[in-house]
Ligand binder design. Structure first.
Ligand SMILES: [Fe+2]
Ligand SMILES: [Fe+2]
Length: 273
C-alpha cells in the first residue's frame, strides 16, 4: 500500500471500526453525563474572578463552531465507517460543551440572554474552514487539537480552584476535560494505525500540524481575539511554554518520534512490527 489512507484497505478499516466500537461502548457505559441533572447549578460562585467568565466565554465560542467542524470533516472521512461514526458521536458530545458552558455563563449571572444572543450571532457570521485537506492531515490535526483542548480545560479548572472555586463550573470542566481526553485517546489510536502502516506519510501529515499549531477559531474568527488570547496566557491556561512542554514534547514521547523526524531529516525510527 503506497498511501496511508484507509480508502481501500479493509484490514485498516476493520481496525478503525473495532477501536470506534470499544470507544463507543465505553462512552455509553462510563462517560455519559447530563447537562440538566449532573451539574450542581445552585452552587455557582457569584464572587468568582470575572477573568474566568471571559475565558469560559472564549471557549464557548470555539465550541460553537460545531456546525463547521462536523459538516466540513464528514465529507473528508465519508469513505471510512469507523471515522464517520466516530465523528457523529463526537458531534453529539461536542454539542454538549457549548451548551453547558453557555448555561453556566447565564446561570452564574456572568452574562445576560441578550449578550449571549449577540455573541452567537457574531460566531455564526464567520465560517471555520478545514486547516488540512487530506484525511490523514485532518486526523493528525484532530489528535493534536483534542489534546490541546483537554489541557485548556484542565488548566482552566485548576485556575478556578485556585481562585476560590465554583462547584458548578468545576464539575462542568471535569466532564468536558474527560470528554476531550477520550477524544484525544481515540484519534491517537487511529493515528498510530496509520503511523505503523506508513510512517513517512504519517509524519509528513503530522509535521505541519505540530510545527504550526493554533487552537481553532480563537486566532482568526473571534472578535477581540487579541484580548482573548492574552487572557488565556495571563491565567497560564495555554501559552507557548505549555505548548512546547505539554503538546510538542508530549507527542514526541507519546508517538515515539524523534526531533530529527519532526524536522524532516535525520535517522528515521524503523517501522513498528
Ligand atoms: Fe469540546
Ligand atoms: Fe473534543
Amino acid at each position: 500500500m503506497t498511501s496511508a489512507d484507509a480508502l481501500v484497505c479493509p484490514e485498516l478499516e476493520g481496525a478503525l471500526w473495532r477501536l470506534y466500537r470499544d470507544f463507543f461502548d465505553t462512552a455509553e457505559r462510563k462517560r455519559r453525563w447530563r447537562v440538566r441533572d449532573d451539574i450542581p447549578w445552585d452552587k455557582c460562585n457569584p464572587n468568582l474572578d470575572p477573568a474566568i467568565a471571559d475565558v469560559v466565554e472564549t471557549f464557548c465560542c470555539v465550541e460553537l463552531y460545531l456546525p463547521d467542524y462536523v459538516s466540513k470533516v464528514l465529507p473528508v472521512v465519508r469513505h471510512s465507517r469507523g471515522r464517520t461514526w466516530f465523528y457523529a458521536n463526537w458531534g453529539y458530545e461536542e454539542s454538549k460543551h457549548s451548551l453547558v458552558l453557555s448555561d453556566w455563563l447565564l446561570r452564574s449571572g456572568s452574562r445576560t440572554e441578550e449578550y449571549m444572543f449577540d455573541m452567537e450571532k457574531k460566531v455564526f457570521a464567520r465560517e471555520w474552514n478545514l486547516p488540512h485537506e487530506c484525511p490523514l492531515g485532518m486526523l493528525a490535526y484532530a489528535m493534536v487539537q483534542e489534546h490541546a483542548t483537554f489541557l485548556n480545560y484542565r488548566n482552566l479548572r485548576q485556575r478556578v480552584q485556585a481562585k476560590g472555586g465554583d462547584p458548578a463550573l468545576e464539575k462542568i470542566l471535569q466532564f468536558v476535560s474527560v470528554d476531550e481526553a477520550a477524544h484525544y485517546g481515540l484519534f491517537k489510536s487511529f493515528f498510530e494505525l496509520f503511523l505503523n502502516l506508513d510512517r513517512d506519510q504519517s509524519l509528513q501529515a503530522l509535521r505541519p500540524v505540530l510545527n504550526l499549531f493554533q487552537m481553532p477559531a480563537i486566532h482568526d474568527l473571534l472578535d477581540e481575539s487579541k484580548r482573548r488570547i492574552a487572557q488565556v496566557r495571563e491565567l497560564e491556561i495555554f501559552n507557548e511554554e505549555i505548548f512546547i512542554r505539554d503538546v510538542y514534547n508530549h507527542f514526541l514521547n507519546a508517538l515515539d518520534v524523534t526531533r530529527a523526524e519532526m524536522r524532516g531529516r535525520g535517522p528515521k525510527k524503523s517501522l513498528a512490527t
